[in-house]
Design a binder for this molecule. Structure first.
Ligand code: C2E
Ligand code: MG
Ligand code: MG
Length: 661
């Protein structure tokens, strides 16, 4: 609207100005024409007529003739002397005998020619009663000068009708051209401005969208999730329901990214996003929090169990392999669940609790984990447990090592034991390492804990040595123990103090510990190998070392992680896992490494790993981890270990449910 008014004002101004200029030009053209007549008047009028105020008949006749000689455009001619006395009038009937004061004065006094448009009546009443014709005329007053003295003024009246009409037409054309031009200009400007403002609006909307959505998957981002979470919490408080939050992290996503490239990694994220979105209800919010982390907000849930069931369902969405550019890829996820009001009272609390649960799921490799204060660094229960661990390490009564045999598949003989720590907690019962090793690692107690494990295992070795048993014992070291050579000194001192041969001690380090900081870990391993201690890589296959990398390390053995072994048989054998194990075995052998299979639970698995060429096996099929006192005496090696060593229900792991989870 404002632009229309501006254009109208501009158009009006242009038209008025142009019209004025054209009119001015027409007037000065008329004035020039009138000036041409003045000399011929001066020629026929004697100078004395101006003084006397009377024109002689001869001069009058000459003047009349001159008038007729001029073009038809001349419609009037009047001559006054300087006093304003009319000396001659070509059409006496058309007007009064007086001059127009202003132009007359300007002509006589200032010598100025002035022109203006007037309306006159031609052929006016001469007594016949006929009305005259009205015409538009240009009246021009021209000074008459004799011998440089202004003696009178001449009024030349020119027919202006045609000029006026031409002028009017010109003005119309100009007005039309200006109007159309301005209209076109306005339309162009309007379109440009409208397009620009549309673009601005679109980009503003896009920016707002980007601020709330993840650009890769199009899912809501963390900000939008938090906003939805707050709304869901408000709603749940009104309805008396709860809110669930499920956090999901893709296992080994970094490996996938590193080995297949970031494009494939991105593709995987998009496919995961798609599966999640397709499987959930419209009102559940699926968000990507960044990296390989996704979140699912469950508004208005009725129980923790419901949220957990949904989390299980989400985990199953990962069962069909992902197809990344023709490559079939099996991917797992770790999922944490927390709910409000059970675990948190607000959005940020819920987020933190679900995060703790997710890390528990990841570190214990349990797939889905519901928030538990035991796993929470900052929860009061965890702080109490930390205090208890301090005490347990100080008085050394509650921590014990259990031993689990390793069997040579070639002859079914026990070829070693793995020492696995147990904490007999005064109130919580027997605790498995997963419940306190991470706590020890985070709090720095791991060094004392490892020192205790080494001391306990080496003194046991000394006792067994004394009984004539020379079976090696493997102690697990944490990544934290391997960043300084301190652990090598401790081992040397203990071996020396207990008079134990170094080749009876083995250490197991996880593959992830090795890859975390190889520049510090490798020298420590080399020193261990130098003093004659054998090094095994534990949980092999879940980190991202290749066997060829191990060739240059002082490593004697790999222990294939039990998830690969579990995939071999059972109700859901995983396609391709046999090939993976076979490839690991063949490669390890080609580099002179021994292969141990962890987690062998049944004869079928044993048959299979034997066929695949695995050297040693460890698992519940042979024995659960047992106290040293329960290890069978050395003089009865005859019977197969499987019969003599098995304790308790075979399928039930040492992690007993009453162990405090
Ligand atoms: P790991 O070194 O891989 O030990 C093998 C784990 O598998 C043990 O769990 C053992 O009880 C379990 N296992 C053995 N056979 C079977 C089987 O047939 N089926 C199944 N499902 N599990 C089986 P555990 O004793 O709970 O220990 C867990 C982890 O804790 C160990 O994994 C080791 O990494 C760590 N750990 C244990 N003791 C110590 C220790 O003294 N120091 C340190 N730093 N870590 C330890
Ligand atoms: Mg181990
Ligand atoms: Mg292991």
């Amino acid at each position: 609207m404002v632009s229309i008014i501006a254009v109208l004002v501009l158009g009006g101004g242009l038209i008025v100005t142009t019209t004025m200029i054209m009119r001015q030009q027409a007037l000065s053209a008329g004035a020039s024409a009138a000036k041409l007549i003045e000399p011929s008047v001066r020629d026929v009028v004697p100078e004395s007529s101006y003084t006397t105020g009377v024109l002689g008949p001869e001069a009058e006749r000459d003047l009349k003739r001159s008038v007729t000689e001029f073009s038809e455009q001349l419609v009037g001619l009047r001559l006054w002397n300087a006093d304003g006395t009319l000396l001659f009038d070509a059409n006496p009937s058309t007007s009064a005998p007086f001059p127009q004061t202003d132009p007359f004065d300007r002509a006589v006094r200032d010598g100025e020619v002035s022109a203006r448009v007037v309306t006159i009546t031609l052929g006016a009443t001469d007594g016949s009663g006929t009305a005259g014709r009205q015409v538009t005329a240009l009246s021009v007053y021209v000074p008459v000068t004799e011998n440089a003295v202004r003696v009178g003024a001449l009024e030349v009246v020119l027919d202006y009708t045609e000029t006026d009409e031409a002028l009017r037409e010109a003005v119309q054309v100009v007005a039309t051209v200006i109007s159309v031009g301005l209209l076109v200009l306005w339309l162009l400007l309007f379109r440009t401005v409208r397009n620009a403002s549309k673009r601005l609006q679109t980009s503003a909307l896009e920016n707002a969208r980007l601020a709330l959505l993840d650009p890769l998957t199009g899912l809501p981002n963390r900000r939008m999730l938090l906003d939805r979470m707050r709304r869901a919490i408000d709603q749940a408080e009104e309805d008396g329901t709860g809110v669930g939050l499920v956090l999901l992290d893709i296992d080994r996503f970094k490996d996938i990214n590193d080995s297949l490239g970031h494009d494939r990694g991105d593709e995987l994220l998009v496919q995961v996003a798609h599966r999640l979105r397709a499987a959930l209800r419209e009102r559940d919010v699926v968000a990507r929090l960044g990296g390989d982390e996704f979140a699912i907000l469950l508004p208005a849930i009725r129980s923790v169990a419901n949220a957990e069931r949904l989390a299980q369902r989400v985990r199953n969405l990962f069962n069909p392999a992902f197809n990344l550019g023709g490559l079939e890829l099996h991917v797992d996820s770790s999922i944490g669940v927390a709910t409000l009001p059970e675990h948190a009272v607000d959005a940020s609390g819920l987020m933190r609790k679900a995060d703790v649960a997710m890390y528990t799921a990841k570190s214990h490799r349990v797939g889905v984990s519901v928030y538990s204060p035991d796993e929470d660094d900052s929860s009061p229960a965890r702080l109490v447990l930390l205090g208890d661990l301090h005490r347990a390490l100080a008085d050394r009564q509650e921590l014990v090592l259990f031993y689990q045999p390793k069997i040579a598949l070639a002859n079914d003989q026990v070829v070693g034991y793995e020492a696995l720590m147990r904490w007999v907690h005064p109130t919580r019962g027997m605790l498995v390492p997963d419940l306190f090793i991470p706590l020890a690692e985070q709090s720095g107690l791991i060094h004392d804990l490892t020192a205790f494990a080494l001391e306990s295992a080496i003194s046991q070795l000394a006792r067994w040595q004394g009984e004539g048993r020379e079976t090696p014992v493997a102690v697990n070291l944490s990544a934290h123990n391997l960043t300084s050579p301190q652990v090598v000194e401790t081992i040397e001192e203990l071996l020396h103090a207990h008079q134990v041969r170094p080749d009876l001690l083995e250490v197991e380090i996880t593959e992830t510990a090795l890859v975390a900081d190889p520049s510090r870990v490798v020298p420590v391993l080399e020193q261990l190998a130098d003093i004659g201690v054998l090094v095994s890589i534990d949980d092999f296959g879940i980190g991202n070392t290749s066997i060829s990398q191990l060739r240059d390390l002082p490593v004697a053995r790999i222990k294939i992680d039990r998830t690969f072994i579990a995939d071999l048989t059972g109700t859901h054998p995983r396609a391709g896992s046999e090939m993976i194990v076979k490839a690991m075995v063949d490669l390890a052998h080609s580099f002179g490494l021994e292969v141990v299979a962890e987690g062998v639970e049944d004869p079928d698995t044993e048959g299979l790993i034997r066929a695949l060429g695995v050297d040693q096996a460890q698992g519940f099929l042979y024995s659960q981890p047992i106290p040293a006192a329960d290890v069978p005496p050395v003089e009865s090696p005859g019977p197969r270990v499987r019969q003599s060593g098995r304790r308790g229900p075979r399928a039930k792991p040492a992690k007993t449910p009453q162990a405090g989870r």
